[in-house]
Design a protein around this ligand. Structure first.
Ligand SMILES: CC(=O)[C@@H](O)[C@H](O)COP(=O)(O)O
Length: 255
């Protein structure tokens, strides 16, 4: 079970809804993924204008929890405005804070992320901030009251996988709220590794939506996350420098 604030979920995969080849593929990929939380960018939605194209139109939104994200915001003020717009449209109470501080890397602005998180918590939102894999920043976000911490594996859309597993594991070890690895996941192996490190969930978009076959990749990500979680719960063997025979030698009659 993944518990974020007052919400609980079976699936540990959070899926983005953008950049699919078409809405039918998006729908099928979302269904096959088993994801219960879908994220979308508030800025791209015509949330108050039903006559305008709606890129969630094929999805049965009753089945999902929506996680609006503030992508496109460059300041805390903008992020707070996007979150309030999403809330006013009645879509949800959760929000993914995403305040970008660098156009080239799309890495988050730590100062504005902290400010936006603080403000939205005061407003009563369930807040999931997207952050870099900075261990101290992750702790400060948790101290503010963030309901989950979302450190990036690598830059958004890069598909580079987990660049700094050590930092991620420090964040996971210190956190008392769910840690959801967000952004940069490229393959099911990356998602499985995040889960094996002890992450509570993975948020991804491009790896599925831009795959040659998004529907198959959605299923692969689901299975990767499930396998990684199971492996984490099972407890992996420690890594050793030298070999240890796999078959016990004691009691062997042939010398
Ligand atoms: C959809 C969304 O929230 C993205 O900003 C997110 O960070 C996913 O990144 P990837 O596309 O790299 O999976």
């Amino acid at each position: 079970m993944l518990k974020i604030g007052n919400f609980t979920f079976e699936s540990r995969l959070l899926l983005g809804t953008g950049k699919y080849p078409n809405f039918d593929v998006q729908k099928e990929a979302v269904e096959v993924s088993g994801a219960e939380i879908l994220t979308f960018t508030v800025r791209r939605m015509n949330i108050f204008e039903p006559s305008q194209p709606n890129f969630l139109e094929k999805l049965n939104l009753e089945k999902y929890s929506l996680l609006p994200n503030t992508a496109g915001a460059k300041t805390a003020k903008e992020a707070v405005r996007h979150a309030k717009l999403a809330k006013a449209s009645g879509l949800c109470d959760m929000v993914k804070v995403e305040v970008i501080g660098c156009d080239k890397t799309l890495l988050p602005d730590p100062v504005e992320t902290l400010k936006a998180t603080e403000e939205l918590l005061k407003e009563g939102f369930t807040v999931l901030p997207y952050t870099s894999d900075d261990v101290v920043l992750a702790r400060k976000l948790e101290e503010l009251g963030a309901h989950a911490i979302m450190p990036g594996a690598s830059p958004i859309g890069s598909g580079q996988g987990i660049i700094n597993p050590l930092n991620l594991s420090f964040i996971i070890e210190q956190s008392h709220v769910p840690v959801i690895v967000d952004a940069g996941i490229g393959s099911p192996a990356d998602a499985a590794l995040a889960m094996e490190l002890g992450a509570d969930g993975v948020l991804l978009n491009t790896a599925v939506s831009a795959a040659e076959n998004p529907v198959k990749m959605a299923e692969a990500m689901k299975l990767g996350i499930e396998a990684g979680r199971l492996g984490f719960e099972a407890g992996r063997i420690p890594k050793k420098r030298f070999a240890t025979a796999s078959s016990p030698m004691e009691g062997m009659s042939i010398g």
